[in-house]
Ligand binder design. Structure first.
Ligand code: XIL
Length: 402
């Protein structure tokens, strides 16, 4: 494994190679590799230089500024400034925008959490919030996390104000309101602890099934993937788990990836973290229907981990000074490893996906995924050739080594 990381690392450093995360992800058949970001980093030029590099990140997600407390701090008073700033950044950088999140039990304004509600009045507030926000960002979002973290670890419904007052129907009401406001945006259920088989994953599958059975639009399931070094589910486990969701007719995505460790960092922890980033990237690539990976910020400087989980940190792929860590090369290597891209003796290149087209709000065509396609290596106009160079290089090296 170390050898493989070294190879990816040296490949990355080679002058002819432009392999970076988004390029490698696309060459491997994903739609994007992205990152969460927030306005706190806007003045940080070193950070912004990496953020706007679309070979690295082809998608961004606002960390906080589209949450209920930012968007509707007072009943019916909407404030889109923060969210608009991230949407504008995506537009200027020519990146897909994942919009996050419409209904969550955290970062709610007090008027929602402490309100005196009936099922009817809260349903109406919920619908009003969703309709206004989805309408405002119509045409700008590639996907919406409609409902976030509705489940407890044992698979029962979380006792949020929405569940207490409305019951589990609030999920259906939320998806219906989002679909009515923007029929074209992808609608996701997003959660953590659902990345491996078990009660919570089963309960998330049950949400998908019940929405589909009721004829309600749900397009995808997001796996947050806030992992702990050494506790990250294996590639095979993640593949099996994601497959259970795609079998229900939804796409899946890794939406908030970070892999924290108990500090201080050691060589052993770094090595394990590198493997964990690799296996998670590889799992998405190997899963037909996994459309992309988003990290929950790419630099330790802006990670939510140290303040949320005291004593832990170093969970992202860059070191706090915008320098790539081993974890970065692990992620890159995972994208290459599982891509299924290879060459044969007749000079044909086999790529995992049939390119199709999606037009984001930026008006730029982005090539996206499904099944296996045989493409002559030359000419290969629809392929990202610079991105494929390291893939081909590594395939050759691995073939020689094996
Ligand atoms: C986090 C943000 O990154 C923090 O800045 C904020 O203080 C708390 O929320 N799951 C989610 C994200 O869906 O919205 C959370 O983001 C991290 C956990």
């Amino acid at each position: 494994m170390k050898l493989q990381i070294l190879l990816v690392k040296s490949c990355f450093l080679l002058p002819f190679s432009t392999a970076q995360l988004h390029d490698a992800a696309k060459s491997a058949g994903l739609q994007y590799y992205g990152t969460e970001t927030e306005s706190v980093s806007f003045a940080d030029q070193a950070y912004q230089a990496v953020l706007k590099n679309t070979s690295e990140f082809g998608q961004i997600t606002p960390g906080n500024s589209m949450k209920w407390d930012s968007i509707e701090p007072q009943p019916g008073k909407f404030s889109f400034t923060g969210g608009d700033a991230i949407a504008a950044l995506a537009k200027v950088n020519n990146q897909l925008l994942r919009c996050h999140t419409l209904v969550w039990h955290q970062q709610l304004p007090l008027w929602v959490t402490n309100g005196t509600w009936t099922a009817e009045s809260l349903t109406s507030a919920l619908q009003n919030h969703i309709t206004n926000e989805v309408n405002h960002y119509k045409g700008q979002c590639f996907a919406w996390d409609v409902v976030n973290e509705a489940l407890n670890d044992n698979g029962t419904f979380r006792n949020s104000v929405f569940f207490r007052v409305i019951g589990q129907d609030y999920i259906k009401i939320a998806f219906e309101a989002a679909a009515a406001a923007d029929p074209d945006v992808k609608l996701y259920y997003n959660d953590f602890g659902t990345e491996f088989p078990g009660a919570k994953s089963n309960a998330a599958q049950a949400i998908v099934k019940s929405l589909k059975a009721a004829g309600v639009k749900i397009d995808g399931v997001g796996f947050q993937a806030h992992f702990i070094v050494g506790g990250t589910p294996s590639k095979a486990t993640q593949i099996a788990n994601m497959g259970a969701f795609t079998a229900l007719g939804v796409e899946v995505a890794i939406t908030e990836l970070d892999i924290r460790m108990t500090l201080p960092s050691t060589d052993a922890l770094v090595t394990q973290q590198t493997k964990d980033y690799q296996s998670t990237s590889a799992a998405c690539v190997a899963t037909k229907g996994c459309v992309g990976i988003t990290v929950w910020d790419f630099d330790d400087k802006y990670s939510w981990i140290p303040s949320t989980f005291p004593g832990t940190g170093d969970g992202t792929m860059f070191d706090g000074s915008v320098t790539r860590k081993e974890a970065y090369f692990g992620a890159l290597s995972g994208l290459v490893e599982s891509s299924g891209n290879s060459t044969n003796s007749t000079g044909e290149t086999f790529v995992k996906s049939t390119p199709t087209s999606y037009t984001p709000s930026t008006g730029t065509n982005t090539t996206v995924a499904p099944p296996t396609l045989r493409v002559p290596t030359s000419p290969a106009s629809s392929l990202n050739l610079p991105g494929l160079i390291p893939v081909l290089f590594l395939s050759l090296v691995f073939a020689t080594l094996l």
